[in-house]
Design a protein around this ligand. Structure first.
Ligand SMILES: *Cc1c(COP(=O)(O)O)cnc(C)c1O
Length: 403
């Protein structure tokens, strides 16, 4: 069966006594056993009977099973946020004296997790240019615990050559861990690209319109003992398992993922085209969307990610003040963080997500003061484009009149 059918028709682990059409939400902390032996079997991993919802829950398992079916992974573990998933994987694979090889172009909290939180436990991080394969070759050594990359970086939109990086990592016996939040697994053959462990924030596309927080770890079975360490060690000892209500909402989100993604992507392209034609005749304004054929990352994105480009784009304006005026002038597009809500969203990353960092650190992470990040939603694209165009005009007009 194909992916949409599997997303909608994967059976529940044990059926349902009442024939409920959607997976019931098992909002319970613990489970009762008929006798001592079945209880012991569950706790010692000899049966798959659930015992405690920090470790296993039927609603969450159903959600994990659908993702397993869609990806062909050996195991899928659902966490209560993208960051919980990323930290569990980083702690499972690294340790004191070990090194992470990655880029400066990282989700802000992932950058801080590696360079601050894990650094306190003796983990080192090499921040290199992952689009420079020689730099990757130089950085990966005997102490390297993982090469970590984001398939499309945010907000730089950088798209590295994943298969080439993976070939280098494999020669050194080092796993490749990829954050694939921007292009969901239904479009990408992660195994063929050489990704060993895939992580994503299901808060974004999967949750079905920003309904809940969540993260997924997709384990392709190529890292020795990883499944065991992740489930037995990270899930049990750190906590962070997804809650059943969020699993229910994200299961519904998975059922409509392909339809929503296609519609958002169509809108993003239409908006990008509209803004790009304005930008081409307006000095100081630029649009970056990998779906535009002349975009720097277009070919790499199309080749690796099934011809999908997502619904995030960025807009460069003349300066910081113009960005502030742009944000303030928006009427339809919402001033909010997050990506892939049903609503279109705009944020100025330098003053918000990266706002507490020093200007020097922000500059080194390539988060410019004159950049706006947009996430295009499911409204009619003409309305979104019109709002963005009037906000650009307002941002520039004031600049002229001030002069
Ligand atoms: C949002 C995001 C995260 C973090 O996910 P949360 O669910 O907010 O914890 C990690 N990586 C990327 C690329 C993201 O966009």
């Amino acid at each position: 069966m194909k992916k949409n059918t599997r997303a909608i028709s994967t059976p529940y682990p044990r059926g349902d006594a009442y024939g409920a059409l959607s997976m019931p939400v098992y909002h319970c902390a613990a489970y009762e056993f008929p006798d001592a032996d079945t209880m012991a079997d569950s706790f010692c991993g000899r049966s798959s009977d659930p015992d405690y919802s920090r470790v296993t829950n039927p609603t969450v398992i159903h959600y994990e099973n659908i993702v397993k079916s869609l990806t062909g992974a050996r195991d899928v573990v659902a966490f209560n946020s993208g960051m919980a998933a990323i930290s569990a994987v980083a702690m499972a694979l690294t340790g004191a004296g070990k090194k992470i090889v990655t880029s400066r172009h990282l989700f802000g909290n992932t950058y801080l997790l590696f360079t601050s939180t894990l650094a306190r436990f003796g983990v080192k991080t090499d921040l290199i240019d992952l689009t420079d394969l020689k730099a990757v070759e130089m950085a990966v050594d005997a102490d390297t615990a993982m090469v970590y990359l984001e398939t499309v970086t945010n907000p730089q939109m950088e798209i590295a050559d994943v298969a080439a990086i993976s070939a280098i990592a494999r020669r050194h016996g080092v796993p490749v861990v990829a954050d694939t939040t921007m292009i969901p697994f239904i479009y990408t053959d992660s195994r063929a690209l050489g990704i060993d462990v895939e992580i994503l924030s299901s808060t974004k596309y999967l949750s079905g319109g920003a309904t809940s927080l969540g993260g997924l770890v997709i384990d392709y079975g190529t890292v020795r003992d990883f499944d065991c360490i992740l489930r037995k060690d990270m899930l049990m000892n750190l906590g962070g398992y997804l809650n059943p209500h969020a699993a229910y909402m994200q299961t519904l989100g998975l059922e409509t993922l392909d339809a929503r993604y296609a519609a958002q992507e169509r809108n993003a392209l239409e908006v990008a085209r509209s803004l790009d034609s304005l930008a081409k005749e307006t000095p100081g304004v630029e649009v970056c969307y990998p779906g535009l054929p002349d975009n720097r990352w277009h070919e790499a994105c199309a080749r690796q990610y099934g011809g999908r480009f997502g619904a995030m784009l960025t807009l460069t304006l003349p300066d910081y003040a113009a960005c502030m005026r742009f944000i303030n002038a928006l009427k339809l597009v919402r001033r909010a963080t997050n990506l892939f809500d049903n609503r279109s969203l705009a944020i100025h990353p330098a003053s918000t997500i990266f706002g507490t960092m020093t200007p020097e650190l922000r500059a080194s992470l390539d988060v410019p003061e004159n950049l706006i990040r947009l996430s295009i939603g499911l409204e009619d694209a003409e309305d979104v484009a019109a709002d963005l165009r009037q906000a650009i005009a307002a941002a520039l007009k004031t600049e002229e009149s001030v002069k």
